[in-house]
Design a protein around this ligand. Sequence first.
Ligand code: ATP
Length: 701
Amino acid sequence: MNNDRERVILHEWPRDPDGPTVREPPPQGVRTPNNMPWGHTLDDFYWIRPFPGVKSKVIWTRSMLDEFGENFGEQPGVPQVEPRRLRPWPLLKVPNDDALFGLVDETCNRDHSLKPRRFHAVKSTGLLCKRLFSMDTHPLAVFESTEEKIEWSAEPALMNDDAPPGTEESILEGAVKSQDRLVEDDGKDDESAMAEVFVQADDNITGGFVLESSIEGETGDRQNCTEIDVPEIIVEERCEDRHDVVTEDDTKKDESEGSKVIVETHDDLTPAERQAMESFMTTDYETVQKLEERIPEEYFPDILLVNDPSGFTMSDVPFLSRPSRMLPVRYKRVWPKLKRDGEPATLFNNDLHCSSAFHWTLTQAERYAASECRRIATLDLSGAPLLGKGGHSAVRKAGIRLPVPLTTQTGDPHVSVAAKLAFSLSEDRELLENEGRIYDAFPDHLQESYCGYNLVASMDHPVPVGACVPKFFGYYVPVQEEEEASRRQEALNRIKKEVERRREREAKREAKKIGVDEAVESTDAYVKSAEEEDDYSGEDDDDSFSDHSPLRVEEIRSPILLLEECGTPIEPEEFSEDERSECFSLVLRLHHAGFVQNSLYPRNILRQPGPLSVRPSERSLKTPSFRIIDFGRGEFVPLFVEKFLETVWSRLGPPMVLTREEIERVKEMSEIGKEEAVRWYINGTGSELRKAAKILYIKDY
Ligand SMILES: Nc1ncnc2c1ncn2[C@@H]1O[C@H](COP(=O)(O)OP(=O)(O)OP(=O)(O)O)[C@@H](O)[C@H]1O
């Protein structure tokens, strides 16, 4: 193990023998957004004795010393600069928006007078993107990163209905049309025809299973979501009782009936979603670049249309059968929650427990309209290489095409991200959900890098301020509109029934009052039955609308956690002392922000060539970039207290008016909750630090 630390503090600030004792808290000085003392270079850090002549020393930055104001040795002044957020090499682009996109980080001169400069795309000739049109009519389109080509790729595609005659229709469009035709031609009730097709489809599915080697991440199973053969669709049709082929008349009827729910299937793309799929392309994993910038909130995806022909979202366990699926699967964003989700014009249902992307929008026209203002991205899992596997999930490199008008500087419409997919047990799903919650809770500064160095308590040397965790690109859950529609229909039916019963009861009471009801003859019997009816709780499901029961967890698709790809697991025994202490500082910074990772192993700290502010080909492992991953077991102080209080509330039962004693009890419990959280935090961080020190060979923290 090398003792080769270079990040050390070389200076001591001379104290005035008559100077004051330094007070707690120390001067604020210049700090990074994580509220830690910051210096631009190693020379900005000084040892200082709390009072003259004492042996002990603490560390201050030059800006803290300037604020303290004692300059006994007449140290020359230095310009004070603020920490600068480091921009990753620019990849995203919005045509005609140069203010936010395409800015290259300039090197950090002493006074930060250098400003970011504009990115000029290098003309690339080798970048191939495959368009999802039929190969005989569309040879492979070759993109070069010229302005026109980039703008072409961001151009909104014509909707199929608007397509002028003679233009090629996408395979998706063709498939949906042929499905419509089949439904019309063959007749839905033709059982024998269906049975025949089902056998064909079954063969086809079996034949479509992915070989183990391709499950391990090779590109043997590359398929695009529009390579649909007709029997496949009929299987979907049979299984899902598809009701989404709606003619103009149907729509009118739908609108006029108002409360009628049209049952949708996963495949029922809205026109806006179809538009997003029309220009869909498979990812070229040889050339695709990974996304390192934040996705601006304005363009953050609401809906992910996932191309998953190999069923990676179903399970990544090779021996489990995974039905091949050729149509995109719709997912919705649950986290992060955005301000626009609650605004009337962009209302979005991101409730984790609701399998619809819509609030109670009852008609198809309403759904289509709501879908128009959605940010729709496509995620390509076809042939997605495996980045790594854990005990509960598989992480794949996936191509994402971000919502229009976002595109890239290179002309390739895709960027790559790490897509984490849970295995099929409920524990696997719970861990992934918790991880999504934790990523959502991370403050921005844990995902950003800054120039200069931090002084991270309790370390005795400065460390670079790299991001601690990968950038978070969202947690998405599968949407099952047709199930949600049945649930809503059930709820409506229950309400209707209840209203009818009440009306009947009222009518009987009225009748009794005016004495014309024949039930007067048997008053006792009537009163008894009325009492029984009054007890009605709305739980009577005798004639419930459907016999729908919730899917077993193994059957449903995994949620998807999208993260920045951050390299490969570290081997700390090979590292320099500075590298090991840099990794250690990430753990400390997480703790200072109120998070405990709870699963700290070398495999959960990743390293990649850096710095990320320069072009990928110029990065090196000599200037590495580290990140902590895997927050499935992670905890965050406020979430801990919230969970604690939830158990208190659940013990109190459903919401009601509390008595004074109960209110006192709740207050008492929330105080206990806070104390518990502090205890938990001290224990959790203490043991995690000991573990971190052990795996990173740190002796002196
Ligand atoms: N953001 C990422 N970038 C690159 N590779 C990643 C990323 N996240 C995860 N991986 C790879 O996937 C592997 C498994 O990920 P992770 O540890 O998060 O899975 P897990 O199932 O939660 O693990 P555990 O067994 O601890 O439950 C990692 O060891 C790493 O190799």
